[in-house]
Design a binder for this molecule. Structure first.
Ligand code: Q46
Ligand code: ZN
Ligand code: ZN
Length: 305
């Protein structure tokens, strides 16, 4: 297999794009495509200050590297959730994120949940009825809250995340299985800003996980290899396994599924419901806007502690 651009031996074959690339041209292709997606979906410009949620995993570090190379103004936010899982998951991932930032002279903001609130996510989940079987639900609430709080108090206009095509296709598939209309309507490469909430963007939403993984590897980026122990066997991973089986039989099926959805949305097949334009109320404890009146879900979680 030869690189389509220079004819040298290819390092990666991308059948769904009918493309093979050598290392040099692959490392150019990913930033070029990312820039194309940023423009296509009107995500942000060089004038915006961007906050990137960094987990220490391959996708968020690859995205930070690409945006940095493209000259965007991006700071990272790492949230230490106090997850150990026998592998020191949180401390390992924080180390990778910090090392990445330090070697490039980038700014990493760290929020440490156990230090700031005296409780880890697994402990918090085991004490709440909602999180007993699903620490990820609690974790999601905490991460969203911290991201919003850091964004608004530091004047960022954009929140970026490293979600890739495998993530997006799995979310869409899961929501379609139960026809969760509200979530389906909301899914997009760009979520517009709302009062008290910055615009959210996913510049890697059209890259397969293996494409971002290959980029991280070829760029020599050190990332946390272990998955969060709570990801094992969760719903999203089950759906990913199913979609991977389909993809193996028919390369490109995930990309088609996701892009056809975006096209259908553009054609007006899905409409926003009243629920997505509901009134928001400031939480009396933290001030963040929430759909509920009174104390927000995040503050209530920590109140019971
Ligand atoms: S970190 Fe948190 Fe994930 Fe771990 S507890 Fe679940 S949601 S799996 S992206
Ligand atoms: Zn080449
Ligand atoms: Zn609150």
């Amino acid at each position: 297999m030869r690189c389509r651009k220079c004819g040298a031996k290819a390092s990666i074959n991308l059948p769904e794009h009918r493309l093979a690339c050598c290392k040099t041209h692959y490392l150019e292709w990913i930033p070029e495509q990312t820039e194309r997606f940023i423009q296509k979906y009107h995500m942000f410009t060089h004038e915006n200050r961007i906050l990137l949620a960094v987990s220490g995993g391959k996708d968020s570090l690859a995205l930070w590297d690409v945006l940095w190379q493209l000259g965007y103004s991006v700071d990272g936010l790492y949230i230490n959730l106090g997850i150990d899982g026998g592998v020191g998951y949180s401390s390992q991932s924080q180390r990778c994120a910090q090392q990445f930032a330090d070697t490039r002279g980038l700014n990493l903001i760290v929020s440490n949940i156990p230090e700031e609130h005296g409780i880890t996510i697994p402990e918090l989940a085991s004490r709440s009825a909602r999180g007993k079987e699903r620490p990820c639900a609690i974790c999601g609430i905490v991460k969203r809250h911290v991201m919003n709080q850091v964004t608004t108090s530091n004047g960022y206009s954009i929140i970026a995340t490293g979600h890739n095509l495998d993530d997006e296709a799995a979310v869409l598939f899961g929501n379609t299985l139960v026809w969760d209309g509200e979530q389906i309507v909301r899914q997009s490469p760009v979520l517009p800003a709302k009062p008290g909430m910055a615009r959210k963007v996913k510049p890697f939403c059209r890259f397969y996980e293996r494409e971002t993984a290959a980029y991280t590897l070829l760029r020599g980026i050190e990332y946390v290899y272990d998955e969060c122990p709570h990801a094992v066997g969760n719903r999203s991973n089950e759906i990913k396994t199913l979609l991977n089986q389909m993809e193996a039989d028919k390369p490109g099926v995930k990309l088609t599924f996701y892009l056809s959805f975006l096209q259908a949305k553009k054609n007006g097949l899905f409409q926003e419901t009243n629920a997505s334009t509901m009134d928001l109320h400031p939480c009396p404890t933290c001030g963040q806007l929430s759909v509920h009146e009174g104390t927000c879900t995040f503050c209530r979680l920590f109140e019971t502690h």
